[in-house]
Design a protein around this ligand. Structure first.
Ligand SMILES: Cc1cc2nc3c(=O)[nH]c(=O)nc-3n(C[C@H](O)[C@H](O)[C@H](O)COP(=O)(O)OP(=O)(O)OC[C@H]3O[C@@H](n4cnc5c(N)ncnc54)[C@H](O)[C@@H]3O)c2cc1C
Length: 651
């Protein structure tokens, strides 16, 4: 047992186990679960209701599918339209084990790559199911008319993403998320027209209503009028996305936040692996102090792009004048078999090491080149334009540099969160009746997500997995009728009112954004690409002090009864503060390196992440015990019956 067990930061509770995964051969488990799960007959589905928070790929696909099945669905999002959910930003593609390229791919290989890519910190049965379902997703999307890229022969085209040696990524130029979301949105709107789904846009969920231990509704704020409303259903599904914006600067849409899952956590849902944050290697570098958003250059560019820096530090020649012999294609040098397509955590750390070594390029030396010149020469500009044209345009618009003439400059940035609410094989959280899908759950990606697998997981959860498991729970319904007069509903609504009143009454001197920015830089410095025990302890202290200052000195102008973006942001940042503490505690307690979680104290002689499987082969699921009280750690032990635990190698 590690020394981290005795600490003031947290206490250790009973282990937690996923009781829903069937036993038997791994390839039969999902079929077995679907067969064993109770069914609800179509006539009874009309009497059962489900609230779904979120209209990204996970939420929209779930709402459309459950609506089509005949349940009464109420859907919420904070954007002005479901089709503006953050999923629309996804660029590069979506994985599926179709083996169209006949390059040795299979369901088993996708399963293997994902478990290995996640550095052996995910649940085997879930990942296998994800790989199985991946092939159905593509069929579903093609049937919806998603314009995936095609090859000359007519088959859907594929490209490669990091951490794999086959081509299994389906794409629609650099706009895959947008096309997939339009497909899910049209399926959702069809159900709106059929009367099975009601959508409430511009409504922010601020609490879960738990009645007799079951999730029975939500408290939402109408973001236009400020009205606080309660909504009820037989089950609640959170599809509210990830929390990368805790770091302030990230590639996520500006609105992404943790409030929905954090509020559920405060009501009893365990939060798993909060410190597992993916830092993406190919983002446009930070350009100044006033920046509030970072932009991703899709990983797909690493298919054809080569990453390099000058061999000598301080070489400030125009990159076009630096001859090949003076360039260090460091990923190809260090990882010859995967080259530029090593997984994201490995590529990000390598870029950081090169820059720390004084060989970075661009302002402040925080950048490396991503160069497509060789590919343009080999394949011709039209072929590269076909694959990545919109990404080149975007780069030029943001940096005012022409990537057709000079190589792009990139640097790692916060991108995705593998952590999230803990769920069992049925995607059921620890609050009965509360299901969590998409990036909002702690997901199937372990300690590092491979590229193009978030879209796969979101759509797997929404189109296929949740519709196959939620019946089990709903079959016991409809549950007792409740309305806003129920004490639990009143208590939740009052708590929301009270928090808003407090935020509006502080009337301090600092803007919400200035707090958020400072919080983000603490997290980036100490709970980012590299972490140390001392640094995390220091960060925890700093976060706590800043949180106290926030509640004393934040300025939120305006009123509740109007469109008030400062108020919206204040509530989200307040939740980021509490989450940030848990992220630091989780990172502090995990005395090993794995995937994205690189603890400087735990590395191989080559500087790679060194896991400690004896002590840490578990999911850390945290229980909330109070805003200033130590959380309780529940461990779900991970066993590997099909894939052998090994030190990851991409050399
Ligand atoms: C720039 C970028 C590019 C990416 N490219 C790829 C890619 O090529 N391939 C890939 O696999 N992955 C990619 N990803 C990751 C992927 O896009 C996301 O992980 C995925 O889209 C998340 O989908 P989701 O449905 O879980 O959540 P989201 O799309 O984030 O949707 C969240 C929904 O929840 C709603 N919501 C949240 N909180 C509340 C609340 N409190 N009240 C009401 N509504 C709420 C929002 O309104 C929204 O509708 C990319 C990510 C980024 C940032």
């Amino acid at each position: 047992m590690s020394t981290a067990e005795t600490t003031d930061y947290y206490t250790v509770g009973d282990p937690i186990a996923d009781g829903m995964t069937p036993s038997g051969p791994i390839e039969d488990r999902w079929d077995a679960r679907k067969f064993d799960a109770k069914l609800v007959n179509p006539a009874n589905r009309r009497k059962l209701s489900v609230i779904i928070v979120g209209t990204g790929l996970a939420g929209a696909s779930a709402a459309a599918t459950l609506g089509e099945a005949g349940y009464q669905v109420t859907s919420f999002c904070y954007q002005d339209s479901p089709r503006r959910a953050h999923s629309i930003a996804a660029q590069g593609g979506i994985n599926a084990a179709k083996n169209y390229r006949n390059d040795g791919d299979s369901v088993y290989r996708l399963f293997y790559d994902t478990v290995k890519g996640g550095d052996y910190r995910s649940r085997e049965a879930n990942v296998y199911r994800l790989a199985q379902v991946s092939v159905d997703i593509i069929d579903q999307c093609v049937a919806q008319g998603i314009p995936f890229a095609r090859e000359y022969g007519g088959l859907l085209d594929n490209r490669s993403f990091g951490g794999v040696q086959v081509s299994r990524t389906f794409y629609a130029r650099g706009q895959t998320g947008q096309q997939l979301l339009l497909g899910a949105y049209q399926a959702l709107q069809r159900q709106v027209a059929e009367g099975t789904v009601t959508v409430h846009a511009r409504h922010e969920m601020l609490d879960v209503i738990v009645v007799d231990g079951k999730a029975r509704g939500v408290v939402v704020r109408d973001m236009v009028t400020g009205a606080i409303e309660t909504h009820f259903a037989d089950a609640v599904v959170l599809a509210s996305g990830g929390y990368g914006n805790a770091y302030y600067l990230s590639t996520n849409a500006m609105g992404c936040n943790v409030t929905a899952t954090w509020r559920a956590h405060r009501r009893g849902a365990l939060f798993a692996n909060p410190c597992f944050t993916q830092i993406h290697p190919t983002c446009i570098p930070v350009s100044g102090d006033y920046q509030s958003k970072l932009t991703l250059m899709s990983e797909s560019l690493r298919n054809d792009g080569r990453i390099w820096v000058p061999k000598k530090g301080g070489d400030d020649r125009d990159p076009r004048d630096i001859p090949t012999e003076d360039r260090d294609y460091y990923l190809e040098r260090i990882y010859p078999s995967y080259g530029n397509l090593v997984p994201r955590d490995v590529a990000s750390r390598a870029a950081k090491n090169i820059c720390d070594d004084g060989r970075g390029v661009g302002p402040g030396g925080l950048g490396v080149y991503l160069d497509l010149a060789d590919a343009v020469e080999r394949l011709g500009r039209p072929a590269i334009e076909d694959r990545y044209g919109n990404l080149f345009d975007m780069y030029q618009q943001i940096t005012d540099e022409n990537p057709w003439e000079v190589p792009m400059r990139i640097y790692p940035a916060v991108h995705y969160t593998m952590g999230g609410l803990w769920v069992d094989y049925d995607l059921h959280s620890t609050i009965p009746g509360l299901f969590v899908i998409g990036e909002a759950n702690y997901s199937d990606h372990g300690a590092n997500r491979l590229g193009a697998s978030a879209l796969m997981q979101g759509l797997a959860d929404g189109y296929f997995v949740l519709p196959g498991t939620i019946n089990e729970y709903l079959a016991a319904g409809p549950f007792e009728d409740i309305d806003e007069s129920h004490p639990a509903a009143q208590e939740a609504a009052n708590a929301v009112h009270q928090r808003i009143d407090t935020l509006l009454s502080i009337n301090g001197n600092r803007t919400v954004d200035s707090f958020h920015k400072e919080l983000g830089s603490i997290l980036w410095d100490h709970c980012g690409m590299e972490r140390t025990k001392d640094g995390l302890a220091k960060a925890l202290q700093m976060v706590r002090e800043l949180k106290v200052e926030f509640w004393r000195d934040v300025k939120v102008s305006g009123e509740n009864e109007e469109l008030n973006q400062a108020l919206e942001r204040a509530g989200r940042v307040a939740d980021f503060f509490e989450l940030a503490e848990l992220m630091c505690i989780d990172a502090w307690h995990r005395d090993e390196s794995c995937g994205c979680h690189f603890r400087a104290e735990s590395q191989t002689t080559d500087g790679e992440a060194l896991r400690d499987d004896d002590d840490f082969a578990y999911v850390a699921a945290w229980e909330f015990t109070g805003a200033d009280a130590p959380p309780v750690l529940h461990k779900e032990n991970l066993t590997y019956d099909f894939i052998e635990l090994k030190q990851r190698s991409y050399t």
